[in-house]
Write a protein that binds this ligand. Sequence first.
Ligand code: COI
Length: 368
Amino acid sequence: MTATTTAPLSFTVSHPAAPVPDAQREAILAEPGFGKHFTDHMVSIDWTLEDGWTNAQVVPYGPIQMDPAASVLHYAQEIFEGLKAYRHEDGSIWTFRPEANGKRLQLSAKRLALPELSVEDFVQSLRELIAVDGDWVPSGEDMSLYIRPFMIANESFLGVRSAQKASYMVIASPAGPYFAGGVKPVSIWLSTEYSRAGRGGTGEAKCGGNYASSLLPQMEAAENGCSQVLFLDAVTQEYIDELGGMNVFFVKKDGNLLTPNLNGNILHGVTRASIIQLAKDRGLEVEERPISINEWKEGFTNGDIVEAFACGTAAVVTPINELKGADFSVGDPNAPAGELTLSLREELTDIQYGRRQDRHGWMTRLDA
Ligand code: COI
């Protein structure tokens, strides 16, 4: 289903009777954790097959009413995005490549048979939320407001077909580092029993179902002392796809980078694309190709691969120093973060926090 509105939507705004008091908000912002606290408002836009996108609103944050027969509750017709608002030193509020997230939401919508929202309305929905909840954007090292746009099918109908009614919403949550240890290197668990995505499935869509299927293997990872799970391709169980919620990169001993190619099963990570660009700007080569699990295992052992890292909006760039499976472990859980990993992380976050020139025009100001 393509975008059914051409004119940009205009939003109505209503405020909560009792917003979070200033002192309580400041206490939350001082130690937000990840995904635990939510701002005073949310965005909501309705869609029907008949009328397209209507009823664009900023409303008080709170529970939503839903019919128990709403299709999302039965057939998981749901997609989402993740991006961050950063407070720059002068107090202004910015976000990173929001058009890329808007386009990816459209790609996910196509795959999940949901309606497409225009990129313009997507970006405007972020601006509308920041206009009322700007005070919720924390300042300080690695602090941000994590913004979670999502879309659900909410037609009350139990037949299995694409819903004729949907809602797009945006909520936001002040965030510190995604992993409790910050930029500390993490261990990764190789799942051999489960796959994340099969050929022709929903692997490259950002839909809740992909994350639901990663939860059991993610629990297995945690039981084995690992922060994230690694999935292989479902057909041969030989090639690396991605982690439970982030893309993966390797640094070869010649200093060049290696990452799995976008093969239909892998999320088109905005951070992934940006890292590739930053590496190329430095004159490094980035190979995007199938990478076998043995190439990682052997590379970590014989020194052909000198660094590995996970990347995503939430994880930013997180060093990996160990890969573990049921009967093996490679790397060293005590090894420090890799040099290139940290330097790419620094360059990316410097751009996001306005500490370095934004030479690609990636930043969009949200509060003006
Ligand atoms: C993100 O990085 O924004 C994601 O959606 C991943 C999720 C694990 C928080």
